[in-house]
Design a protein. Structure first.
Length: 395
């Protein structure tokens, strides 16, 4: 009987999603390696081996130099997976060269590049007939002045490339309430060299946000359907989700597939929508062609995306991806308590309702009794940052 091919895996970037992928694949007997932010919790997991890479220019340039240089020759034949936009950029830009050394998932690089850029994502969605929020392409205050009378508030100043903006400003976007605030924000952002667009803020709470996940084969056919929704985010209205729940939301599958078909996306695909109560339409918020932060919830529900991709790349039998658990929750207690406090101050959530909402069996992004160090690292991260000088922080 021939030996089962079990190449190692190298994860590029990520935090909770990288940790989830490492745990899933390690459980199969796969040796997992990871590179990323030096402060990432995944480096402390017993399920992976951390690789420290010398900084050579940008993060993307440093990772590419390592992957294509002699330092990584021992990793030849490894499966390379991205858990962040920076890693995805590396896989897109150097795909042909990387294929000569590693195993990469199927991809349509131009489609992935289009989905990384929020502006081209919305343009493609509109061309495909997918509902999107109102948006405007601007680069400076000179361009926005003629648009003054058609803009709506509150208005989001969103980056075209989220990971670049977040690295510089520590947030996903900026919300402005009037034209004066918009001009001030554009002045600050334009000085940083970051490209942005303007997008209307769809009214309604964060619980109107929902997501669809699938895997698109070589012909663009979805291998499975998975949907979930968000209960709360922190900070509310602008942060990442701190409380999710698996659900079945078939209404978002067709518009997601229209977008995928239009751009020709292949491999992992995730789309986030928000229900607009004004017209009853689910409107596109973003599209990701990689593992996302809530990957552990998808896995806990019965759909291990990491195992599916790995098995597909190594010729193993694919795991069953037919049914998943509805009503499974993913909870970040610290950030969700902060979200409760924000909502409580706004008169939108009482302590009793918050308590009643969390009295369920929960899934945890970071904590496991068998692998506690990532949680410890995450809890200590604010303390470390407080005592680190900016010059000592490596990115």
């Amino acid at each position: 009987m021939p030996a089962i091919d079990t190449p190692p895996v190298l994860i590029l970037g990520g935090e909770a999603n990288a940790l989830s992928v490492a745990r899933d694949l390690s459980g199969m007997g796969v040796r997992v390696f990871a590179v990323g932010d030096p402060d990432s919790c995944v480096r402390h997991s017993r399920h992976c081996t951390w690789i420290t890479i010398a900084r050579q220019g940008t993060v993307e340039e440093s990772w590419a130099a390592f992957l294509l240089g002699p330092e990584s020759d021992s990793m030849r034949g490894a499966v390379v997976l991205s858990c962040g936009d920076a890693g995805l950029q590396v896989l897109i830009r150097h795909r042909e060269a990387l294929l000569g050394k590693y195993r990469l998932d199927i991809s349509e690089p131009q489609a992935q590049r289009s989905m990384l850029d929020k502006l081209t994502t919305y343009k493609h969605a509109r061309a495909a007939g997918v509902a999107v929020p109102l948006f405007w392409e601007v680069e400076s205050r000179e361009q926005v002045i003629p648009l003054r009378d058609e803009l709506v508030y509150p208005l989001l100043v969103k980056p075209r490339l989220s990971h670049v903006f977040e690295a510089k400003f520590g947030r996903k976007h900026v919300t402005v309430a009037n034209f004066a605030e918009l001009l001030d924000t554009l002045d600050a952002v334009s000085g940083s060299g970051t490209d942005v667009l303007l997008m209307e803020l769809i009214p309604g709470g964060d619980n109107r946000l929902c997501s669809y996940y699938t895997y698109l084969d070589e012909q663009g056919k979805p291998a499975f359907h998975f949907t979930k929704r968000i209960i709360r985010r922190y900070p509310t209205g602008m942060g990442s989700a701190c409380y999710h729940i698996t659900d079945w939301i078939p209404e978002i599958i067709a518009p997601a597939q229209k977008l995928f078909d239009h751009v020709g996306l292949r491999g992992l695909a995730n789309v986030e929508f928000k229900l607009d109560a004004r017209d009853g339409q689910y409107k596109l918020i973003e599209c990701n062609a990689r593992f996302t932060a809530s990957n552990c919830l998808v896995s806990a529900s019965g759909f291990s995306l990491a195992r599916f991709v790995y098995c597909r790349l190594t010729g193993r039998p694919l795991p069953a991806m037919e049914k998943y658990r509805i009503g499974l929750r993913l909870w970040d207690p610290i950030r969700d308590f902060r979200a409760y406090r924000e909502l409580s101050r706004a008169g939108q959530l009482s302590f009793g309702r918050w308590c009643a909402g969390i009295l369920h069996r929960q899934t945890w992004q970071f904590f496991r009794w068998s692998d506690p160090m990532p949680t410890m690292s995450r809890l200590l991260k604010p303390l470390r940052k407080r005592f680190e000088s900016p010059d000592n922080v490596s990115r």
